[in-house]
Write a protein that binds this ligand. Structure first.
Ligand code: XIL
Length: 363
């Protein structure tokens, strides 16, 4: 089955040996076609204002993706810089872009401890926090009512190292409102956009390590609690920021079991922020690309075995624009090669690895 998929893709690639000379890669469909064939979504996080200003970037998003998520512009601070002021221009542009190119859009994210309102500390307190939070969600999710595929309602609420029994991260929202802030957020999002799949999104859950296991337990407890209290939650977002070196701790059965547990709660699963750090691979590009591609393929092949997994999004699309360029800088200074397309938008082995993983999915 696996071998067959590999052959199919290579056959397509080699069927048009001169296509690359005519127009870059247009002989082969984008990853969105591989996903759509299985009733799934493939997409990437889009940077602003790059999507507006770099025509090549935009073209490749339209070609490869049937879903897009804004990398930053819908986060609390960027979208709501002052109590009475919202900045919807970038996300509105992206929503139009998606409509034009027959793509879905995800919202990221309504509640997060990071990139928050610059005015939080001066204006928000335990007495008015609920009002501000509900108004924020009503306004932001309400603006795109009926048009979002899904919303990351709460992002990264678990931090086991913060030492609480329930594993909740110590954030301003927890301090102001207690653990109920999660329920408040999901209910407000459901009222604002009853059609969007409301998602809880988190990271650090991919490997077979004691730390990741503790976090998986805490996340499952959080999801189960929300379901038990009848909070409107429909999906779980697995960020999946992977790394070539850390991937030695990957165990297929551990991921399978976690996804099965999440799915048994009646939730869909989206891989929301996939990328593969290449810091510990040698500078040699061919070797690096091979290592990175193998991580993409091994992870996604297992992830896509779970029928509840409905979407795969990479955090960016091209090595030209990726948060890992700064965060994961290579000691030699060579550019990172962590996404499906290289800096010139050429498809890398990682692209083919993702395509093969989609092909391996049972219909
Ligand atoms: C990152 C963006 O990629 C950066 O541009 C920004 O400076 C910081 O945030 N988890 C998330 C994303 O949920 O929102 C983060 O995005 C990456 C980690």
């Amino acid at each position: 089955m696996h071998k067959f998929s590999r052959r199919t893709i290579f056959r397509t690639a080699f069927a048009f040996p001169f296509a690359g000379l005519l127009s870059a890669q247009s002989s082969e469909p984008g990853l969105r076609a591989y996903a759509a064939k299985k009733g799934l979504f493939f997409g990437g996080a889009a940077a602003w204002p790059v999507l507006r200003d770099d025509a090549d970037y935009a073209k490749h998003f339209a070609e490869e993706c049937n879903i897009l998520v804004p990398e930053n512009v819908l986060k609390m601070g960027p979208v709501h810089p002052e109590p009475e002021r919202y900045n919807f221009e970038p996300a509105d542009y992206m929503m139009e872009f998606c409509k034009k190119h027959d793509m879905q859009m995800r919202g990221h994210t309504l509640v997060w401890h990071s990139q928050g309102w610059p005015w939080l500390k001066t204006t928000v307190s335990a007495t008015n926090a609920r009002k501000y939070l509900e108004e924020h969600i009503r306004t932001v999710a309400g603006r795109y009512r009926g048009r979002m595929h899904s919303w990351d309602v709460v992002n990264e609420a678990i931090e086991v190292a913060d030492g609480r029994e329930d594993g909740l991260r110590k954030t301003a929202w927890l301090e102001f409102l207690g653990p109920e802030y999660l329920d408040i957020a999901f209910h407000a999002a459901a009222a604002a956009d009853p059609q969007a799949k409301l998602t809880y999104n988190d990271y650090g859950l991919d490997y077979d390590t004691p730390g990741n296991e503790k976090k998986r337990e805490a996340v499952l407890r959080l999801l189960r609690g929300l379901k038990d209290r009848k909070a409107p939650i429909h999906a779980f977002g697995m960020q999946a920021h992977l790394d070539w070196k850390a991937f030695q701790n990957f165990k297929a059965e551990t991921l399978r079991r976690f996804f099965r547990d999440v799915a048994s709660l009646g939730l869909e699963i989206y891989i929301t922020e996939l990328d593969v750090g290449d810091r510990d691979l040698p500078d040699d590009e061919a070797e690096r690309d091979k290592g990175v591609a193998k991580v993409y393929e091994d992870y996604l092949t297992v992830a896509l075995e779970e029928p509840a997994v409905k979407a795969v999004l990479t955090w960016g699309l091209t090595d030209r624009y990726t948060w890992l360029a700064g965060r994961n800088r290579r000691p030699s200074g060579a550019g990172v090669r962590v996404l499906p397309l290289d800096r010139e938008y050429k498809r890398k082995p990682a692209w083919y690895a993702i395509a093969r993983a989609f092909e391996s999915r049972k219909a």
